[in-house]
Design a protein around this ligand. Sequence first.
Ligand SMILES: Cc1ncc(COP(=O)(O)O)c(C=O)c1O
Length: 356
Amino acid sequence: MKMELKTLPLSHPKTKPQDEGKLNFGQIFTDRMFVMEYQAGKGWHSARIEPYGPFSLDPASAVLHYAQEIFEGLKAYRHPDGKIALFRPADNIKRFNCSATRMCMPEVDEEFFLSAIKELVRLEADWVPHNEGTSLYIRPTMIATDPYLGVKPSDTYLCYVILSPVGAYYKGGFSPVKIWISDQFVRSAPGGTGEAKTGGNYAASLRASMEAAAKGFDQVLWLDAVERKYVEEVGSMNICFYLDGKVITSPLHGTILDGITRRAILTLIKDMGIEVEERALSVEEILEGARTGRLKEAFGTGTAAVVSPVGQFTYRDETVSVGDNQVGELTLKLYETLTGIQYGQRNDPHGWIELI
Ligand SMILES: Cc1ncc(COP(=O)(O)O)c(C=O)c1O
């Protein structure tokens, strides 16, 4: 039997941001949120859309101690005709369930969860901003709520979805970033949780990000945990290299996140007739490619930035530039094509857009 979705009344709507040019990322939240609860033996229940507000959690809740938690990130975009669109939302929900399985948490019913997210966005449609590059960020989350200090999977969970209007990522223009290649810190290891979207991965990445920022870099490039030799991801993005006329990116072997932007970008690259290789790529290959000019472009991919051009890599004492520190032609074309599809300004030949 399908679960019923209740919508509770909203008595005190908030004032919406007046100046969309001043919107940042993840600081403002809309009027409503989706919530459902899980109990072992009973399953998911009490699905509702209710006014946004704090939860009351037992201080012993499992999530607060052992981080049994997962989340997702996707966006709703306003199209020129005013309609609102999601980008491959079913992929995010599938990945949410993969993360749940890895973290011993219950799966959600994908069809129900997608319809609940759409209903929430529909109710909050006036919160989807209009300015170029802005969007409504959607954050599905699941947390373990058993008030128990033993290390074991919880019997109870809370799953919720909150929404946040976000500003354009590239306020100061589409410009290349400086990357620090860390051979000291790692983001994930084989057999670990790197391919799950779980909070602990991000907590563990903070120290390296802070050190990189203190040294004047924008992001950290993560290497594999075993040999500290092969490229994995950059910050919280996947990464692609345009080397010797091919685009090379790390394979999905359990330590990197299977990015939905990555999937779309690899498809667009193949559409352009450029060969894609998913294979291990060493730091030395990148440095040598940059030194000799064979590495034409490098860029990160992710929901937040869509495409993020890389201008420089620093590894130990050496700094190399990529494409003279300018935004490459392919990087720009991919950014324009994908954002054009997301914002409804271009055709969507692969059927990635789902209107609300
Ligand atoms: C670690 C990590 N890698 C890659 C990505 C890119 O994934 P997506 O394209 O689905 O946003 C994300 C999320 O944004 C991430 O957190």
